[in-house]
Design a protein. Structure first.
Lengths: 249, 249, 249, 249, 249, 249
């Protein structure tokens, strides 16, 4: 069961509203690297979990936290759109540039569909898509999917940080970036635990499948599809082309 | 900010697992009439709200409750898929009917992608789509969208109730149906309040637009596009074709 | 069976072509609040109707009218893109600003895919999606979905009206707004008729389900998920938290 | 402007309702080869047309006819679902096979979302998608897109014809197949007219682009990407690998 | 089986990076008229082919070539985004116009999600959609679909050519346009071969269906849905309204 | 540039055609865990790569190999549908069960749209979606996304292996599973190399962002959102809740 209070997890402040930044923030709400995705992904993994209860609990804890991140970002979108409302009517007449700003640089649906509110879409107005919610029934697969989500999510957040010089927005993003740092740690810690202290022990995923049933001559060989003898692929002396495998097989 | 505990809002019990009913339940999770939609819809409306705080609070309260409904339904999907796992390997060999049940009547992705867990999709495996999340910035529009969501949602829930004879599932659905009953009431109560006790006073929505600017000869006239004099449209003596308008204009 | 003539339902005139406004108008064609949606929604409801013939006829009449609205808006998009064609080649060379206008503020696919014609997409180029077409088999649900569509549609149309100072466009929108006013009336009139003169009598929707089978202690109780005693939810003295229910039960 | 009467373009009769055939018919309504697509495609091409009025008129005439085909097919879906309704409650209890038929072989959303009515989706419940509506601003491209749509549409209709032994359904499909035969003719006739009596004269499409600006050594050469000298690609003596080009250049 | 080398099929050079043109180029990568679509369409048709091996081989040859076109265009997108990276941080502060260029005129996801790389999306950021991949099992339908794809694709490429004055980009597009010229030829050559030298002999598609089973009075009649006697449809003396049919039936 | 020959990478044999297994195989072609996704993902990462050439080469090598996997699976789908064709017409008449098999257990579009060929869709007929193609511009993020894709892909392949008792299909899947084993190794090997022999050194991703700018008190703290003191979250003594972080900070 879920509960809430009326506070944000961390303060959200916008010094100078910017509809274009509001649009960019949408990627962190409804984009594939965004918070709706991780929220639903962790919660579905929790609800579908059949293994040790500590993993389920952890997923519920963090999935619930991600709800609070959607909340913070939606609030930030609204604050970045604040003030645009009244100016719309006043300045449109004979003033193409503002029109351009609203319709062009920003997301026109922020005004047309949302009345200056956040949407469940990405920075191009493409709606959030439930196919992104990975819950595979295999804990190692899921943890990798989660680290990936936090890695692409943190990459996105740092790019948003670089795009703005609004001190309030930078502060909020610095918080979200910190959380992504932690979340990368925690999903990897589960992988390490699944591998009894060595992440590579979980390989190959899923390790419930008897490797003897693989066509084993292809299990550890790099396939070179480059047919040009004059410009061969680089990296022939690297770990993926020679030497022992990571999982020691 | 959001919180959780480890309890469900209401008990979820499945007496006889049924992968086909698991598939049907997905409509109530990730379909357009489902709980992910209302959850995000109410929460986005809350986060985007600029009016009286009581509406925002109410939206937060109920949006958070809907999280608990997704949780109940995901749990129900898992329980309906329970037991299918081991039998898959055992009985597939030389046994087409089971294969048919898993791949045909049920959602094959429940096994292939979810490992017998719930997905963020509808009963046909079509992913949840963020475009369904209505938050228009106009309170009356939003409340109508919410009543509609609860009306189609309750219609869906009663159909699921009719499709199953599993006592546990019927009980869970009877709870969700009750909540939909209440939620229809509460969104309509806001509409009534917006209309100072008479819902029709909010018409036309949005009522901020000066009706004098409409092309008024078309504002209250029914347009008949039926060109067949021998089989005219019925209902010519009804309120939409004659008499005073609902809003008294 | 359907027919047409070569006239528009109402005149469409653009005084000063504007590719950015063409983009904004797309929301009213292919967006979730747009005319393709209501057109198909009313027609599917008509074709699926099994009740009194007057409702079916009414849905056919208005669904057909909405075809004419798509036609008007597509015409308006074309007129707003008019004149852009020849200038593209002439001025692109060494002239970034125009490039920006075409690719940025407007929808680049208006030129790239449409050759300066309207598309079946929204203001962000996201294609029309059939999932928006609600036809539930329950007349009250459908009527609520229809009022909602007209409420969000009229909200959109008034915002488009505010965004432009083109007299021709304002006139066209003033007509479409008037039609939305009427359509809100007519769907609500059906709801009122279904409730024998009192809309609340249709509650809960669907009212074919025996309420005795609900878990009734939850049918009329507001669930407060706010756990903060210091900042409780407002509205505790409102109709959704206390007093008689709207449907008198 | 559009009009309707209460008749179908051609009679629709179902001798023995079949929910599974209802599902298959959905492909002809909301699938990429279906009637919503051609209806909107021809109408958008008409509304966007800037050339000779006879093409615009023809597109309007046929686009309007396609509306009547959606109507016929939606009616057919309803008739195929007829009778299923009451049996649902009666026979579900203790009767897995029927459950399987409704949820498995048929589209469960026909019941869950549509109340036994047609949907704006394909045979797998995937919603109609506006991206399929081709209106390129180039008449030759559009005519090719239209012939293709009628070719894949007629292919679909003949397969539906083969799948059913219901005399009523076969008759309806025999009508729709006949219309597809004609529509293939008419779009090709425009292409022939554009080529002054020889379709190949319209090549390459668009022929407004000066071919001298192409990198001409690649304009009429077949590129063989097969690198296996022992199993070379067949067809080296065919018109696409040698001899004069179709357009005589 | 597939192979590659490290060369491009044709040189790709960008003289002056332009993020807005990078966005426009995306339509040719991930749009419905783009190279991912034709690549997958030809390859799926090849893999699904059951007829003469020369058609299968031809489809494989050209499908593989299209891979090289995606590669060229992705390279072009990267080059057009080159140099934008460092300037982002430097100039955003106090410099709205650049912000506008990145977020507005260009695709913000090129930076936010792609780190200045190409995406599998169209010019509006709408993802590539597998529904566009036509492989109908009917060779004539497929060839028409392929000519259409090359016609709309070449139309797109010539528009991109017109939009840019970058000599490198014009050269690359002049190559791609030449390939589209050829590909239109080759698919039509198959159609001609299927019709024993006369393309019209393949009509109606599919010609495996016995035309005697059509409702033949509707097989060659133009249906006029225009009801206005004062403004009748033009073209009553054209080949689609009178005279012999194209297929001589 | 890309090339092909007419061989498959590994033999594909189907002993007993099975349309339902054909449907399940679609998940491995056009599903989020499937081969189109990894093919495009690796190729886009290669084309977008700006770092050491050995990573780019490796991505090209493996992306090209994945093309061969799509080819194998499409071939497998066709073989599983083989023989169904003629029986369709023969047995439909008066034979509901087969109808059920084709429309229900299998994907009806395999016949209706594909003429018994493979589609660019998943096991529910949901089209491949380009949003799944991750190419972030950050090598560590991309490698994690790639390991995840191979982990969920191998999980899917082993489930398909369990679902079938067809020796030919088991052999093909045993090959694909082996390749997934290898691909997991190779992407992890790059991560290890990026971390100078210790994968954890790449944390946090992206490590180009100065951690001093994070709100550091939240960078390594687990946030417990469980409010129930009686049923606290398990795992309080685990590496994600206490002790040194994985990256030693
Ligand atoms: Ca987060
Ligand atoms: Ca609910
Ligand atoms: Ca309208
Ligand atoms: Ca038709
Ligand atoms: Ca090409
Ligand atoms: Ca693979």
């Amino acid at each position: 069961m879920f509960y809430h209070d009326k506070k944000l997890q961390y303060k959200v402040r916008v010094d100078k509203p910017n509809p274009q930044f509001a649009r960019a923030l949408q990627q962190a709400i409804g984009g594939i690297e965004g918070e709706i995705r991780v929220c639903l992904q962790y919660l579905f993994q929790a609800w579908n979990a059949r293994g040790p209860v500590r993993y389920r609990d952890m997923l519920l804890d963090t999935g619930t936290e991600e709800m609070a991140h959607i909340e913070m970002l939606a609030t930030a979108v609204c604050l970045n759109l604040e003030g645009a409302s009244s100016s719309v009517i006043d300045t449109i007449v004979g003033n193409d540039p503002l029109m351009e700003k609203i319709v062009g640089g920003g997301d026109p649906r922020h005004y047309l569909s949302g009345g200056l509110g956040a949407l469940a879409s990405d920075a191009n107005g493409v709606p959030f898509n439930g196919s992104w919610v990975v819950s595979s029934g295999n804990m190692a697969s899921d943890m990798l999917a989660n680290v990936t989500a936090e890695a692409t999510g943190r990459t996105l957040a740092t790019r948003l940080y670089e795009m703005t010089d609004d001190a309030g927005m930078k502060d909020m993003l610095a918080f979200l970036i910190a959380r992504d740092t932690m979340h990368q740690q925690q999903w990897l810690a589960v992988l390490e635990e699944l591998g009894q202290g060595n992440l590579y022990n979980v390989l190959p995923i899923p390790n419930s499948f008897p490797q003897a049933q693989e066509v084993q001559e292809f299990s550890y060989a790099f396939v070179n599809t480059n047919i040009d003898p004059e410009q061969p692929s680089a990296g022939t002396n690297r770990r993926w082309t020679q030497g022992p495998s990571l999982d020691g097989r």
